[in-house]
Design a protein around this ligand. Structure first.
Ligand code: 13P
Ligand code: SF4
Length: 321
């Protein structure tokens, strides 16, 4: 079946099964086309935008084109809806770097220290934490605590970038975990320097998950933004620059080119292998499974008590949406 035919079938089955498709900006371009433009996604967003949208969904079924921790968050926020992930192996190197038991151990080691969990964690882990955050609101959430020491898990690079920002503003100290995003850790200072030498007029678009050394050396040479996916998309709109170097997931380049066709984006192509597990074919298969014995293959099912306990830190996070 060609892509156009799969898209046609997805659009038809969505109607028949009362389903919506939510997609992250890191999806391949064919999954980033929204339904109003003839594609399949009813909403496309960053992880915070997708959480807000998931909580609002009225349809009975949500097919989540993203990774598992995102689909879990959608289920926790809207538990009466059925949430489907087209490939259960769509994981995340950050989410798998830390367990609920690790959080309990941190609590024993640092009694009374608030624990902020990046949303890139599984539901059991979130259930043990005080508040979640995404890359869009992590700084505001860390600043909102009175405590002078906080625990931030699991992304060590994002933690170091946050530490650098928060320390100068508030003097707060962050205790960090050793998790890494296997995509963003590939952006090295040397590779950025080469691109900056070749494109001296370009501004930098860097995600919080890029290592601190790369961030600092890159901003020593050019201006730009360090932020979340949404911050990056907005920065380009506000900037007068014509050319940008993207230090984030490769397919965000497609989003940027679509939004700002007159600008130029240099996009070193590191793809998230977990996000790329989701494609048109398995999105169609997940939709087809709804209401059949095959649904178990795709449906997100979480224990009731975990959902309830994880809801509290997720709801606190949404107060900063
Ligand atoms: P955003 O919060 O920017 O959507 O990032 C999600 C993610 O997985 C980054 O690697
Ligand atoms: Fe996880 Fe990194 Fe992939 Fe985002 S890009 S889902 S943090 S592995």
């Amino acid at each position: 079946m060609n892509s156009q035919e799969i898209i046609r079938q997805i659009r038809q089955i969505k109607e028949e099964k009362n389903a919506v498709v939510l997609a992250h900006y890191y999806m391949s371009p064919e999954l980033q086309i929204t339904a109003d433009k003839g594609g399949v996604a009813d909403f496309i967003g960053d992880s915070l935008g997708l959480s807000v949208e998931a909580a609002r969904v009225q349809a009975e079924n949500i097919v989540f084109c993203g990774v598992r921790f995102m689909a879990e968050t959608a289920k926790i926020l809207n538990p009466k809806k059925r949430v489907f992930l087209p490939d259960m192996d769509a994981g995340c190197s950050l989410a798998s770097s830390i367990t609920a038991e690790d959080i309990c151990e941190l609590r024993r080691k640092y009694p009374g220290v608030p624990i902020i969990a990046y949303v890139n964690t599984y539901a059991e882990t979130k259930a043990e934490c005080d508040i979640c955050c995404t890359s869009r609101n992590a700084l505001a959430i860390a600043q909102s605590f009175d405590a002078d020491t906080l625990i931030f898990v699991p992304d060590i690079y994002m933690g170091q970038n946050l530490q650098q920002n928060i320390e100068t503003q508030t003097g707060k100290k962050l205790i960090l975990w050793d998790g890494k995003c296997e995509v963003h850790e590939q952006f090295t200072g040397d590779s950025m320097e080469m691109m900056q030498i070749l494109n001296p007029e370009a501004e930098m678009l860097m995600h919080w998950e890029v290592p601190k050394e790369t961030v600092n050396s890159s901003f020593g040479r050019s201006k730009g933004v360090l932020g979340s996916t949404n911050d990056i998309l907005h920065y380009v709109g506000e900037s007068k620059a014509q050319k940008f170097i993207l230090a984030s997931e490769c397919d965000l380049g497609a989003t940027l080119k679509g939004m700002y066709p007159e600008r130029e984006f240099i996009t070193p192509c590191f793809k998230c292998p977990y996000m790329k597990k989701i494609n048109l074919e398995n999105t169609l298969a997940a939709l087809r499974s709804i209401g059949t014995d095959n649904a178990d293959r795709f449906e997100i099912i979480l224990p009731e008590d975990i959902m309830q306990r994880a809801l509290t830190p997720i709801k606190r996070m949404l107060e900063f949406a």
